[in-house]
Design a protein around this ligand. Structure first.
Ligand SMILES: Nc1ncnc2c1ncn2[C@@H]1O[C@H](COP(=O)(O)OP(=O)(O)OP(=O)(O)O)[C@@H](O)[C@H]1O
Length: 540
């Protein structure tokens, strides 16, 4: 009897162990995504059309952490659209694209539980007209009064659990103190963080993030990456991130899908060929010949004791800043420190620019100059210009050439092009067009702006800023979406291709993107609205 009992006990132990291993095996092998050797077409196109992806063979098992890495073309974005179910997969995967969703009772529909956070401007949004982003600087209109808190707590997000998660996420993403501000008042980086919180609270099973590090300051990037790693490990939701090749790959990423044209290579991290963002050591011939950045020319901007307030928020505090001809400035500062506000003083977009006691722009007081004539002196691009730029399609679509030509105007508007303007556009396209960065040069200037990839759109907006050879260039996060080859070409132009007297204010959160060696660059850093002039060796 005792022997029998011992045997039962052993058998029970064995059965339990087996059960445990089987459950563990099942869980670890649970298939999150499965695309077995598929061809992917745009919706509405037959199998005779050129596919967007061929032989796409991709399996994601539970527990793996994936990043999609790809260049500036539209392919990375198309792969995200495929994961959202916006393309046709042939043959369709038998258990669906996301087999694990069929294990829920009732099974879940990917359309309801796979979400995307993308910061690329929507194609042909609204009427396709230029959107006036400067409204943000003035009195907030009633329509724009929706606060950050109201925007996050949409119909889809409610209940006490959501409230707790909301409190935790807004704290971790440093948004708590901004919750009662109008949404339009948030800075670019603050808006990006808010968009991520909003999608997380909708509780998707899978969250796709398109280049989530762009526009975030250097201190914030590691915080976001850590948070996303923790969220992914909890599977609430699983995260798939799309990154540029030069972006740092988070430690917790185990696998990489590299997009190259119509091919996608899926490999464990250790086998992926990655190009980390590294500071270019190349010093241009011009840089070697140039003297250290001692200002010589006339002052273009001279601001003394500049202040900006919104009710009780004091955003810029007693700023002194003089910019001379030929100066190259790197304007630094964390998200929300006041960079965009300061630049809006110089472009005249900010209504409070009129009330400054000493704001001299191009030799006259700001008050004495219409904004339009002021802006004819400035070549300008920024995340706000990128988002506001018209993206209409159809017969009145804006071509690349049209888009660049608007750089001769003070604000966005068309003017019939003359031969001289066309010749200058041809020149800048030869210097910085797709032939230089390995893009498709076929009739590039006639392509609709709206159909370019985000990186190509950024490049066209840079050309728009450069085409008029303005005395002052303001280049705010100008390389967003570009790959390392485009960035190197653009940096070389900014080092060697500008007129000696052109001054530049360059804004970036990536020190390695600054085109000039540090001894040729001047540094102004904003900390919570206060400005500090930094010595040449300064990094962020
Ligand atoms: N109308 C407004 N009312 C209250 N606060 C505002 C308003 N407009 C802007 N702010 C605040 O001013 C601060 C500076 O914003 P700004 O856009 O200049 O920051 P930034 O340095 O450009 O940030 P980022 O790097 O994220 O682009 C932010 O904290 C923002 O919330």
């Amino acid at each position: 009897m005792l022997v029998l009992r011992k045997m039962w006990h052993r058998e029970d132990l064995f059965r339990r162990r087996l059960n445990f291993h089987w459950r563990y095996y099942n869980q670890s092998q649970q298939c999150v995504l499965h695309l077995p050797k598929a061809t992917v077409y745009r919706f509405g196109e037959s199998n005779k059309a050129t596919p967007v992806f061929r032989d796409l063979d991709w399996k994601i098992s539970e527990g793996e952490s994936w990043a999609i890495v790809g260049g500036p073309g539209t392919e990375k974005r198309t792969l995200l659209e495929t994961l959202l179910g916006h393309t046709r997969i042939s043959p369709p995967p038998i258990r669906g694209l996301y087999p694990f969703l069929s294990n829920f009772n009732p099974p879940k529909d990917p359309l309801d539980c796979v979400a995307l956070v993308s910061f690329a401007a929507r194609r042909s949004a609204g009427s396709g007209e230029f959107y006036d982003y400067t409204a943000r600087y003035g009195a907030v209109r009633d329509d724009d009064c929706i606060t950050l808190r109201q925007s996050i707590f949409s119909d889809e997000v409610h209940g006490s659990t959501a409230q707790t998660e909301f409190d935790i996420l807004t704290k971790r993403l440093d948004l708590t103190r901004l919750l009662d501000l109008p949404l339009v008042a948030l800075s670019n980086g603050q808006t990006r963080r808010a968009r991520i919180v909003k999608e997380l609270l909708k509780k998707p099973e899978i969250l796709l993030l398109d280049e989530p590090l762009t526009g975030l300051d250097i201190h914030f990037r590691p915080k976001l990456i850590r948070l996303l790693g923790e969220i992914h490990a909890s599977k609430q939701p699983r995260i798939i991130m799309a990154l540029r090749p030069q972006d740092p790959l988070p430690d917790w990423i185990t696998h990489v899908a590299t997009v190259n044209g119509s091919e996608v290579h899926t490999t464990p991290r250790s086998e992926a060929a990655l190009h980390n963002h590294s500071r270019s050591q190349r010093t241009s011939e011009m840089s070697l010949k140039s003297e250290p950045n001692v200002s010589k020319g006339k002052p273009l901007v001279d601001a003394k004791n500049l202040n900006v307030r919104y009710q009780d928020r004091h955003v810029l505090k007693n700023i002194d800043w003089t910019i001379h001809e030929g100066d190259k400035w790197h304007l630094q500062g964390a998200n929300g420190s006041g960079k965009t506000t300061l630049l809006a003083m110089i472009t005249g977009d900010h209504p409070q620019s009129y009330i400054q006691p000493h704001l001299m722009l191009f030799g006259s007081h700001r008050r004495g100059q219409p904004t339009s004539s002021l802006q004819r002196m400035i070549g300008f691009t920024s995340p706000e210009v990128f988002n506001a730029f018209p993206r209409r399609l159809g017969p009145s679509a804006l071509t690349v050439r049209d888009a660049i030509a608007t750089g001769f105007e003070s604000t966005f508007s068309y003017r019939p092009r003359c031969a001289e303007i066309d010749a200058r556009i041809d020149e800048i396209l030869r210097q910085l067009g797709p032939d230089q960065w390995g893009g498709d040069p076929t009739a590039f200037d006639q392509r609709p702006f709206a159909l370019l990839s985000p990186g190509e759109q950024s490049m066209v907006l840079l050309l728009r800023a450069l085409v008029g050879r303005h005395p002052l260039l303001i280049l705010d996060e100008v390389f967003a979406g570009m790959d390392s080859r485009m960035i190197e070409v653009a940096k070389a132009y900014l080092r060697d291709g500008l007129d000696a007297k052109q001054a530049v204010i360059f804004v970036t959160h990536w020190l390695e993107e600054v085109p000039w060696d540090s001894h040729l660059t001047k540094f102004l850093r904003l900390d919570d609205g206060f400005a500090t002039h930094l010595p040449p060796s300064s990094s962020q």
